[in-house]
Design a protein around this ligand. Structure first.
Ligand SMILES: NC(=O)c1ccc[n+]([C@@H]2O[C@H](COP(=O)([O-])OP(=O)(O)OC[C@H]3O[C@@H](n4cnc5c(N)ncnc54)[C@H](O)[C@@H]3O)[C@@H](O)[C@H]2O)c1
Ligand SMILES: N[C@@H](CCO)C(=O)O
Ligand code: NA
Length: 437
């Protein structure tokens, strides 16, 4: 073994699902971490909300404190791990840690998506690292591959299944024919969904991750408010059955795309919504609560990153990976790559996002109706790829799949259809992603 340097002192903020596993791994892997870093990595404090709370890991009593601010202000702390979550006090604690000269590792996607630039600027000003691999898709290495491994390539699209809870629910709906409510209940019984599932099922969690992915992929600042977001609460058993009929499956996707504009410049489109993807697409095989991120780049082509996107221990794996890198950098007196936002591309409004659509329309079953429906699509410049009729008489439905069109064109088409006498209802509109045009 090489000669070890001066110990690096670590403070962990928060000792919940992820924090407790970080503490466990720091203790269990101490010898290997020392060898990998080239210096002992010593836990010197764990900030908690209550000293007497039940914990998944035993923390030596002398290390526990309820004074997180005091812990990050200690001048002997070299590395701070923030796993409290949420905006405050996490943001103030990270900023204090950086100002006090510590390097920071965080898993906090909500904070990074809301106010990442403030944190990146503070890290740059302090000359310290801020790493956050655990913030997107838990254990799956995806942020450092984007930031480092693909730094010489041009990423053109990132498609991600980045929320395990919603993937579990949609997978249940697909495999059992259940509706959203029953699938959610099962996810809650099995501990995949929280009692208040809003952040997951309404797409907030995925939108935060989409903002982080798009920022790294396209070297542009993208925050959560730039991301168009739709959750899965409106996905019906009929939508899922319709997808099956088309050889597709419904997934909640985080979609980050580079789009060439009419003037030749490139802009960024970022959105989270349920979409049909062909069952032959690699993302279709992502079942249960797993996550995966599919990346397309000019030189590499298509890449897929797959694994557990959540859970205390998998997420702690990503945190520890960052901690080792940051500790090594610290020991060598260097920092890793910081924020890269040089491209500063415009973020397109949702109306300009382009994709294909699956539209189910309940219609009167009589001569000429198909022609009027087709005319409505044509009037708004939406080209039809396939159309089929299901049922007949009072039960007739036309299912139209379009070629690529903008969201604005599609919305105008749907409004037009809803005004038509021969249309009883536009019963389902779903985007179709991940296939050939
Ligand atoms: N759990 C996962 O699977 C997962 C996956 C990826 C990322 N993350 C992220 O990791 C972070 C932590 O998530 P978690 O699942 O461990 O949450 P958690 O709720 O289990 O743990 C957070 C802990 O922080 C404590 N805390 C709150 N305020 C505090 C304060 N002021 N000082 C000290 N402690 C305080 C809470 O008591 C709690 O124990 C979040 O940012 C989350 O988004 C979690
Ligand atoms: N709630 C998230 C895990 C943390 O990002 C999920 O369901 O994937
Ligand atoms: Na990750």
């Amino acid at each position: 073994m090489t000669e070890s340097g001066k110990p690096l002192k670590v403070a962990v903020l928060g000792c919940g699902s992820v924090g407790s596993q970080v503490v466990r791994l720091l203790e269990e892997q101490a010898a290997d971490l020392t060898a990998r870093v080239g210096a002992p990595v010593e836990l010197v404090g764990v900030a908690v909300r209550r000293l007497d709370a039940a914990r998944e890991v035993e923390v030596p009593e002398g290390l526990l404190t309820t004074d997180a601010e005091g812990l990050v202000a200690r001048d002997d702390v070299d590395l701070v791990v923030e796993v409290i979550g949420g905006i405050e006090p996490a943001r103030s604690l990270i900023l204090s840690a950086l100002e006090n000269g510590a390097s920071v590792v965080t898993a906090n996607k909500a904070l990074l998506a809301e106010d990442g630039p403030t944190l990146f600027e503070a890290a740059a000003k302090a000359g310290r690292d801020l790493y956050y691999e655990a913030a997107v898709a838990g254990a799956i290495p995806i942020l450092r591959p984007l930031r480092e491994s693909l730094a010489g390539d041009k990423v053109t699209r990132v498609l991600g299944i980045v929320n395990g809870t919603t993937n579990f629910i949609l997978d249940k709906m697909d495999s059992s024919g259940a509706g959203f409510g029953d699938a959610l209940e099962e996810a809650q019984e099995l501990g995949y969904a929280e009692a208040d599932p809003t952040a997951d099922v309404e797409g907030f969690d995925a939108a935060a991750k989409a903002a982080i992915l798009a920022s790294l992929a396209f070297h542009t600042r993208v925050t959560a408010s730039d991301v168009h977001r739709e959750g899965i609460t409106e996905v019906s058993a009929a939508d899922v059955a319709s997808a099956t009929e088309m050889g597709c499956v419904v997934k909640l996707l985080a979609i980050c795309e580079l789009r060439e504009q009419p003037g030749g410049e490139e802009a960024v489109s970022v959105r989270v919504h349920p979409a049909m993807i062909p069952r032959t697409h690699p993302l279709a095989s992502v079942r249960e609560a797993y996550n995966a991120v599919f990346v397309e780049s000019e030189a590499a082509g298509q890449l897929m990153f797959y694994g557990p996107g959540a859970g205390g221990s998998p997420t702690a794996s990503a945190v520890l990976g960052d901690l080792v890198t940051v500790a090594r950098n610290r020991r060598e007196g260097v920092t890793g790559a910081g924020e890269s936002a040089y491209a500063d591309r415009a973020v397109l409004p949702m109306g300009e996002a382009r994709t294909r659509y699956h539209v189910a329309i309940d219609v009167d079953d009589r001569a000429g109706v198909l022609a009027t429906v087709a005319t409505a699509f044509a009037e708004h410049g939406v080209s039809i790829r396939t159309v089929r009729q299901e049922g007949r008489d009072d039960d007739a439905q036309l299912v139209v799949v379009s070629h690529e069109a903008t969201d604005a064109q599609l919305r105008a088409t749907v409004e037009h259809l809803q005004q038509m006498d021969s249309v009883r209802e536009v019963s389902s509109v779903m985007r179709v992603e991940g296939g050939a045009e």
